[in-house]
Design a protein around this ligand. Structure first.
Ligand SMILES: [Zn+2]
Length: 592
């Protein structure tokens, strides 16, 4: 973390979260908090809530959660330091970098990105006007690229030379390598990384160039694509999606929950744009990773796979079903006509390409159809074989409701008894993978507000009202107790957030932005009442099995008496004063 901690705290304090958020979405005031339509998922009701005093936000729909710095990072695709720098500029704060090295590293990264930008311009200019780029221009034209498209995507041509770029940029050896643009060869001279290739510049989510995909000419030797290597400083293929900075706004606009089209190549992204789909992204020469999925779920909850998902194999299929559950995704597959690339189809069959996306099938249906479509259903043996194979596919799905629905369809099409298929699906796997256990869904239904919720909300939003009387022992729920402990130990919400794990942090932020209308002493009385009841139940249960049940009579009677007092207005304060220390003392020793 390059910026001095004091300065980060200063930025956090002076940043006006409502002002920052309203640059992106409209907020209206409801009670103590502000609400609006979430910028991270598409919705019609406002699930996005902001606590202005603490500078925190939380979305009850998609669980996006954080402070002003997180918000700027997520919504503008910046890294931590970048977000702090932006907010500091807004508030007129001059930042000090506490670590000279970190500051230098950051400057260096900026410089490398600048160098890549110069390389984009250099290669692009070569493609547009250099005589040696003639064949590349002709090739692109044959693939449907006109001048305007070439300019829009800043396509380039790396000449068939050792060091054309290196000579033009004159970077240090180290910068050349760390920018992914070249290296020092065995004779100690700088050499370009790309040679005789058509180049597709790759941008990060914020639109900065970070690398290239290089395609060889059709008649040249070598691999079809060569990408900037992963060991340079600014490019990481497992978290990079080509086209995301163009596609992100369109994704959110499309459909209820946002839709992304995932394809494999740069030219596929361009093909989709040509037929009117601006929401396509491509993995850069790698299989789809969980990191990619996490990034996409910020913008879309329906993913249309526009590549042969079946060919990706069994393990990919299991992973995809798992992601569907974990991230509440709706994954579909576009059945591409003739199995062609989207890039080709955009030219040869644009209507078919559009239809394939509009009529994309749920992932599981696509796989089941594949199995049954390729089977011989005319004989009893063929149908039995097909049914067995299809059941194996269905078993991958974590939801038993979904599994059962598909088993019905398979039974109908293969004319077998569905009960037998159910048995087959439930049987321990001997010829297929076992069904996956459903993951706990990430977006759980908003649970009923409890006294424990209310207490945490009040503790954060109006600590004076409740903090003095509150103690972790009053919380039965483990997560609530952990949150209370962190909040009571810290001097501020932000101090607590700095030490808890991310899940607990999300939870605390959700409490910080939720409405609270309880009054401190009422709430404390409810909590003490509940805790006393738990203690009473415990004592009575123990007494039933104890050698000397008589010894329990006195504390049980005392507790019952205090609980009655607690429920009377006049005696409530006194009962609280009696019960609280008693609960703390006995609760601590009884806690497992
Ligand atoms: Zn949301």
């Amino acid at each position: 973390m390059g910026i001095a901690d004091d300065d980060i705290a200063k930025v956090r304090q002076s940043a006006d979260i409502v002002k920052v958020v309203t640059e992106h979405i409209a907020l209206r005031k409801v009670g103590r908090r502000w609400v609006g339509l979430c910028p991270f998922h598409n919705e019609r009701s406002g699930s996005f809530s902001v606590n202005a005093e603490e500078g925190l936000y939380h979305c009850f729909g998609c669980k996006a959660s954080g402070d002003t710095i997180t918000f700027v990072r997520e919504v503008e695709g910046l890294d931590f330091v970048g977000a702090v720098e932006k907010l500091a500029a807004m508030s007129g704060i001059t930042l000090r970098y506490d670590n000279q090295k970190q500051g230098e590293r950051r400057d260096r990264k900026k410089r490398l990105i600048e160098a890549i930008g110069q390389a984009v311009a250099f290669y692009h200019e070569r493609l547009l006007s250099a005589p040696d780029a003639g064949p590349a221009r002709a090739y692109l034209k044959s693939r449907g690229y006109d001048g305007e498209t070439v300019r829009r995507y800043q396509l380039g041509w790396a000449p068939d030379a050792w060091d054309a770029l290196a000579q033009s940029l004159s970077l240090s050896d180290r910068d050349l390598k760390d920018a992914g643009l070249g290296f020092v060869n065995r004779r100690g001279r700088q050499q370009d990384f790309f040679r005789a290739r058509v180049l597709f510049p790759i941008y990060n989510i914020g639109g900065e160039p970070i690398g290239f995909g290089g395609r060889k000419m059709p008649d040249a030797d070598g691999p079809k694509y060569r990408n900037t290597s992963d060991d340079c400083l600014v490019y990481d293929k497992s978290s990079t999606l080509y086209g995301l900075h163009w596609a992100k706004s369109d994704m959110v606009r499309a459909g209820d929950d946002g839709e992304a089209i995932i394809c494999e190549g740069y030219t596929d992204v361009h093909g989709f744009a040509a037929v009117g789909f601006d929401r396509a992204v491509a993995t850069c020469g790698t299989a789809l990773t969980e990191e990619h999925i996490k990034i996409l779920t910020r913008f879309a909850h329906r993913l249309v796979l526009a590549f042969d998902a079946d060919e990706a194999g069994q393990s990919a299929a299991e992973r995809i079903h798992q992601w569907e559950t974990t991230y509440e995704l709706d994954v579909r597959v576009a059945d591409l006509p003739g199995g062609h690339d989207p890039g080709d189809l955009a030219r040869t069959d644009p209507e078919g390409l559009r239809r394939a996306v509009d009529e994309a099938k749920p992932f599981l249906q696509f796989r089941v159809d594949r199995v049954l479509g390729g089977a011989d259903l005319s004989s009893a043996e063929g149908r039995a074989r097909a049914a067995r194979a299809a059941v194996t596919v269905v078993r991958d799905h974590p939801s038993d409701l979904v599994r059962d629905d598909y088993l019905q369809r398979i039974a109908d099409r293969c004319r077998v008894d569905v009960e037998r298929l159910r048995k087959m699906a439930d049987a321990p796997a001997d010829d297929g993978p076992p069904p996956l256990e459903p993951n706990r869904p990430r977006r759980v239904e908003r649970h009923r507000d409890t006294a424990e919720d209310e207490a945490l909300r009040l503790l954060i939003q109006a600590p004076d009202e409740i903090r003095a009387g509150l103690h972790p022992v009053l919380f039965a729920d483990e997560r609530h107790r952990a949150a209370a402990m962190a909040l009571l130990e810290a001097d501020s919400v932000h101090q607590a957030l700095a030490v808890v794990d991310p899940d607990l942090g999300d939870f605390i932020r959700s409490m910080a932005v939720a409405d609270v209308d309880a009054e401190g002493e009422d709430l404390l009385a409810r909590l003490v009442d509940l805790a006393s009841q738990r203690m009473l139940d415990g004592l009575q249960a123990e007494a039933r099995t104890a050698d000397d049940p008589g010894s329990y009579a006195e504390p049980v009677a005392w507790l019952k008496h205090r609980m009655e007092d607690l429920r009377e207005r006049d005696t409530r304060t006194k009962a609280l004063d009696d019960l609280l220390p008693w609960l703390i003392e006995h609760g601590e020793e009884r806690r497992p």
